[in-house]
Design a protein around this ligand. Structure first.
Ligand code: C2E
Ligand code: CA
Ligand code: CA
Ligand code: CA
Length: 275
C-alpha cells in the first residue's frame, strides 16, 4: 500500500505542488495588497425594470496585482476568507463604496457584498455606521448583499448581526437566489428587504419553461413579503423582457453594463436605457 501511495503521490505531485505554491504566493501578496493600495471598487449599474433608469450600483472588488494584472474576486475572496483578511478588506470596501455613493444623486443607492466570515464579526454593525458617518451617506442608500450560506453556519450570530445592521436603516438583499440550497424558508422578511435571482437561473429561463415557473413562484412570494426583486446576469433584450414580464423590479447584467471604475459611473447616473 505504501509504494502504491507513493506512486500516486508522484503522479499528482507536480500540479498539486504548483497550485499550492501559487496559493502561498497569492496569500502572501494579499497580505500586502491593502497597504499597497492595490484594490479598486468597480460598479455595475442596476436599472429599474419599468423606467430603465439607473437606480443604483453593485460594488464589485478588484485586485490590481503588480505582476498578474486584474485578479478576479472569485479567486482572492476565498483566500481572504480563509486567512481572516476579509475583515479589513471588507471594511475598506464598505468605506470606499459609501464615499463614492455620496457623490451620486440622492436616489442612487449602492450595494456591497458581505462574506459569511464578516457576519460573525460583532463589530460589523459599527463598521457600517462608521463608514456611513465618514461619507455622510444616508443609511437607506446602502444595501448589503449576503448569500444564503449565512444560514449554514453560526446562524444565530449572523442573523443577529444582520438584524442590527437593518436597525441602522441599511437594507439587506439575499444574493444568488436560485442556486445552492435555496429554500423559500430563507425569505425572512424581518431580515431581507430584497432578493436577487441568480444570473444562471435568469439565463436558464430562456431554455426551460420549468425555470420560468419557478421564477414566477419566487416573485409571487417575494411580492407578498413586499421585497424588491432583482434579476441578475441579464445579457440579452429577451432576458430583460422576460424578467420584466415576470415582475422583477430591478435588472442587472451585461445588457445594461459591465462593472466599471467609479469615474465612469458619473456618466451613467442620469442615464435611461432604451430597448
Ligand atoms: P456576485 O455578488 O453574484 O456578483 C455578480 C457577478 O456576476 C460579478 O462577478 C459580475 O461582474 C458578474 N456579472 C454581472 N452581470 C453579468 C452578466 O450579465 N453575465 C455574466 N455572466 N456575469 C455577470 P465578479 O465581479 O467577478 O464577482 C464575483 C463574485 O465575487 C461576486 O458574485 C461576489 O460573490 C464576490 N465579490 C465581489 N466583490 C466582493 C466584495 O467586495 N466582497 C465580497 N465578500 N465578495 C465580493
Ligand atoms: Ca452580489
Ligand atoms: Ca449574485
Ligand atoms: Ca455569486
Amino acid at each position: 500500500a505504501k509504494s502504491r501511495g507513493r506512486g500516486t503521490f508522484v503522479h499528482f505531485e507536480p500540479q498539486l505542488q504548483q497550485d499550492a505554491d501559487d496559493r502561498v504566493r497569492l496569500e502572501h501578496d494579499l497580505r500586502q495588497a491593502l497597504k499597497r493600495n492595490e484594490f479598486e471598487v468597480h460598479y455595475q449599474p442596476v436599472v429599474s425594470a419599468t423606467t430603465q433608469a439607473v437606480m443604483g450600483f453593485e460594488a464589485l472588488l478588484r485586485w490590481r496585482h503588480p505582476e498578474r494584472g486584474l485578479i478576479s474576486p472569485a479567486v482572492f475572496i476565498p483566500i481572504a476568507e480563509d486567512t481572516g483578511l476579509i475583515a479589513d478588506i471588507g471594511e475598506w470596501t464598505l468605506r470606499q463604496a459609501c464615499k463614492h455613493a455620496s457623490q451620486w444623486p440622492q436616489h442612487v443607492h449602492v450595494a456591497v457584498n458581505v462574506s459569511p466570515r464578516q457576519l460573525i464579526l460583532p463589530a460589523l454593525p459599527n463598521a457600517v455606521s462608521d463608514a456611513l458617518a465618514a461619507a455622510r451617506l444616508q443609511p437607506s442608500r446602502l444595501e448589503l448583499e449576503v448569500t444564503e450560506s449565512v444560514f449554514l453556519s453560526d446562524t444565530d450570530g449572523s442573523l443577529d448581526v444582520l438584524r442590527r445592521v437593518r436597525s441602522i436603516g441599511v437594507g439587506i438583499a439575499l444574493d444568488d437566489f436560485g442556486t445552492g440550497y435555496s429554500s423559500l424558508g430563507y425569505l425572512n422578511k424581518t431580515i431581507f428587504h430584497a432578493l436577487k435571482i441568480d444570473g444562471s437561473f435568469v439565463r436558464d429561463a430562456a431554455k426551460r419553461s420549468e425555470t420560468v415557473s419557478i421564477i414566477h413562484a419566487i416573485v409571487a412570494l417575494a411580492n407578498s413579503f413586499r421585497m424588491s426583486i432583482t434579476a441578475e446576469g441579464v445579457e440579452t433584450v429577451a432576458d430583460f423582457e422576460r424578467m420584466r414580464e415576470l415582475g422583477c423590479h430591478r435588472i442587472q447584467g451585461y445588457l445594461f453594463g459591465r462593472p466599471v471604475p467609479f469615474e465612469e459611473t458619473l456618466a451613467l447616473v442620469g442615464q435611461r436605457f432604451e430597448y
